[in-house]
Design a protein around this ligand. Structure first.
Ligand code: BGC
Length: 575
């Protein structure tokens, strides 16, 4: 057997993260490995776990990116980054667009007068009479209004469970198709809605769409992506989410200016555009090789793998997929396994990280920014524009995280983001408490209102480079293989549950806690930042299958680790 001709694909990409000296050393190591591989005639390359920090970082980069580990070594498969795989991943990532468009559209719509007048006349009346003398904190407090926003997440929460079964039995592509179709139908019903019931039914269908898309798309991306690009392509989903939120803000800004009575219809119906892209895209996309193997379609799996890796020699990767699928079938019940003591840190992270992500209060801004800005005295158009501005900050700050997370590590971003969020939330609460007053009868000067907007942008930026992407990245990299899918389901479920709670309770909480609400969220961020300080270990540069070592070394979590569980590198040292 000849050595891999395309081995450069993985190594060269990984080199962009290294300094010159490390690059030279790493390239030397690779040529040695290639030489040894050629001598042994092996088809896939196996690197010993590197001792030096730079090489460790380089290999971990690739492992974090998904190079399949087996027998404790970081393996390199044949293949290169093909344009075909990039195009398929970009199409699949549009699943993030529908998630984001939904998050961004509902807040703008619920602040539009024509929409309120038609479906929530009591809120509309309250809003009109409140201006001037009454308490403005409570003008949007309506359980019906919040159920418009939050019903989607209950539907998403329930449907994610069914999506996981469809995804497993019929493939990722089927779930994306089903999700896209449900989303299309939901946006059509919402666009022509004549009453609240139609609105809610439409939202539930959108929820089913998002539930299926969020279950299938990240899996699809992970499985299709070439290992060395897996991290970046996963974050592409979050990137697409922020773009969706931003576009929804822009659309709301445009339709809010129409004042023709149907602007909101255009906003909700336009959700069909990303849904159509995803649905048509899903028809054209191939299913992932992993899913094809899982369903016994090995020949198709091989053909797909050859196409996406750009080489005929994919036997090593295919065999590992077959092995992994057989291993996964042996674990009878990952749900009871995840409850065992040695998985306590994983379980705690699977619950705490998505819960804390939502308790930052980000969706208060994402869902209700226009309502919030109206509450503090911005005009209709200025409120929608402010949502566009914070949406843009969200998109750009996400790129900062993508560029720095593997240089500075997860903890630095978590901690810096946490401090920045606390400072801005405390400042917003203080300004509103002092100048707007708890009676909600005050008025902010234009200068102060702009300062509040600027502080909210500082807060959104902090979230976007910390808890936003990391809230999805960190849980996904800590689970051992046998509980990985169960763990990921918990993460999605907890995330949607707390999204629902925040969406449902925010306007009521704003009415009762007033400016204190910002201080409450700041207190949550203090708690989660302390949680990171004491309980979240740094996972940067650690190969996924070496992760047990991180828990074993941790001052608190080590007591849950079984002594006989040794990591691949420990294994080698013993040899
Ligand atoms: C969160 C969403 C949030 C979005 C904002 C995501 O990571 O899960 O709830 O609306 O970030 O960009």
């Amino acid at each position: 057997m000849r050595p891999s001709p395309c081995f450069h694909g993985a190594s060269d990409l990984c080199l962009i993260f290294l300094d010159d000296q490390a690059k030279r050393r790493y390239k030397k190591e690779l040529s040695h490995q290639r030489y040894r591989g050629a001598q042994k005639g092996s088809r896939s390359k196996t690197l010993a776990f590197p001792r030096s920090p730079q090489r460790r970082r380089a290999c971990a980069e690739m492992a974090g990116g998904g190079l399949a580990p087996s027998n404790g070594d970081v393996k390199h498969y044949n293949g290169r980054v093909t344009s075909f795989v990039i195009v398929t991943c970009v199409i699949a990532a549009t699943g993030g667009l529908i998630f984001g468009y939904d998050i961004g559209v509902s807040g703008g719509v619920t602040s539009m007068d024509e929409f309120l007048e038609k479906f929530f006349p009591s809120v509309y009346q309250q809003e009109k009479t409140a201006s001037g003398s009454k308490n403005q904190w409570c003008q949007f407090d309506s359980q019906m209004l919040t159920s418009f926003t939050s019903s989607l997440y209950v539907a998403g929460l329930i449907s994610t469970y069914f999506a996981s079964m469809v995804t497993q039995a019929f493939g990722r592509k089927s779930s994306m198709l089903f999700g896209g179709a449900a989303f299309l139908l939901g946006s059509a019903i919402n666009g022509v809605a004549m009453n609240v019931a139609m609105l809610i039914i439409g939202r539930i269908l959108l929820g089913v769409g998002v539930g299926f898309a969020n279950q299938a798309v990240p899996l699809y991306l992970s499985e299709m992506a070439p290992p060395q690009l897996r991290g970046a392509l996963n974050m592409g989903f979050q990137m697409a989410t922020t773009i969706g939120i931003f576009v929804a803000g822009l659309v709301n800004y445009g339709t809010g200016k129409l004042h023709a009575g149907y602007g909101w219809r255009i906003s909700v119906a336009l959700a069909a555009v990303p849904a159509l892209i995803m649905t048509l895209g899903a028809i054209a996309l191939p299913d992932t090789p992993n899913s094809l193997v899982e369903r016994g379609l090995r020949d198709q799996a091989k053909a797909t793998l050859q196409k996406i890796r750009g080489t005929d020699d994919v036997e090593a990767e295919l065999q590992d997929m077959i092995k992994a699928s057989e291993e996964a079938k042996k674990v009878s019940d990952p749900w009871s396994s995840i409850l065992r003591p040695e998985h306590r840190p994983h379980l705690v992270m699977a619950i705490a990280i998505p819960m804390f992500q939502q308790l930052t209060g980000i969706n208060v801004i994402m869902f209700y920014a226009p309502v919030l800005f109206k509450t503090i005295g911005f005009g209709d158009s200025a409120s929608l524009m402010s949502a566009v501005i914070s949406g843009l900050v969200n998109v750009f700050a996400t790129t900062v995280s993508i560029a720095t997370v593997d240089k500075f590590g997860r903890r630095v971003l978590f901690l810096e983001g946490g401090i920045q969020m606390v400072v801005s939330q405390v400042a917003v609460g203080a300004i509103l408490g002092t100048f707007f007053g708890d009676a909600g009868t005050g008025k902010l000067s234009p200068g102060l209102a702009n300062l509040v907007l600027a502080l909210i942008c500082v807060y959104v930026a902090a979230f976007a480079w910390s808890w936003g992407p990391l809230g999805w990245l960190v849980p996904s990299e800590i689970f051992p293989l046998n509980i990985r899918s169960a763990g990921q389901s918990i993460v999605v479920g907890v995330n949607f549950f707390f999204t629902f709670v925040i969406a449902q309770l925010f306007l009521m909480a704003l009415c009762h806690l007033k400016s204190g609400l910002f201080h409450l969220f700041a207190a949550f961020v203090v708690v989660m930042t302390l949680f990171v300080v004491f309980l979240v270990p740094e996972t940067k540069g650690v190969p996924i299958e070496e992760m047990t070592l991180v828990w074993k070394k941790h001052w608190f979590w080590k007591k849950y680790m079984l002594d006989d569980r040794i990591t691949p590198s420990e294994h080698r040292r013993e040899d």
